[in-house]
Design a protein around this ligand. Sequence first.
Ligand code: ATP
Ligand code: MG
Length: 139
Amino acid sequence: MQKTFSIIKPDAVKSGKAGNILALLESNGFRIVALRMAKLSQSQAEGFYAVHAERPFYGSLVKFMTEGPVILMALEREDAVKKLREVMGATNPANAAEGTVRKLYAESIERNAIHGSDAPETAAQELQYFFNNIELSQL
Ligand code: ATP
Ligand code: MG
């Protein structure tokens, strides 16, 4: 079993798709280990996406990620990191496969409904960024 980190982004929370996305994740074998709603601060969003600080879309991305509540999740399944990226679909919904979260619910390449860690190492870092060890322990 492997854990990964995911965020239902402000666009999908605002449009009332959070429940559908959670159902899709569960039907794809993910167990919800920890879950919390939050409104990210500027510095939390900047730190979380610091890897993109030099990209032209960084300022806009941080503004988007702080515009409204998000749902932070620790998810578990076999091969969780890779499987979540498959269920999410491509960053740009125009390129996302049928049935993926982004094909179904993303509005644009920026407002794309869901985040998922891109490697086991980043999953561990991102889980630690938002959850403490008690929240991440087996229930
Ligand atoms: P995430 O890290 O959120 O799971 P990702 O790994 O598919 O998404 P990244 O390249 O890490 O894609 O980009 C992080 C986020 O930045 C994207 O999910 C999207 O919200 C935004 N983004 C990426 N590329 C662009 C772009 N060209 N224009 C606007 N926003 C973008
Ligand atoms: Mg990414």
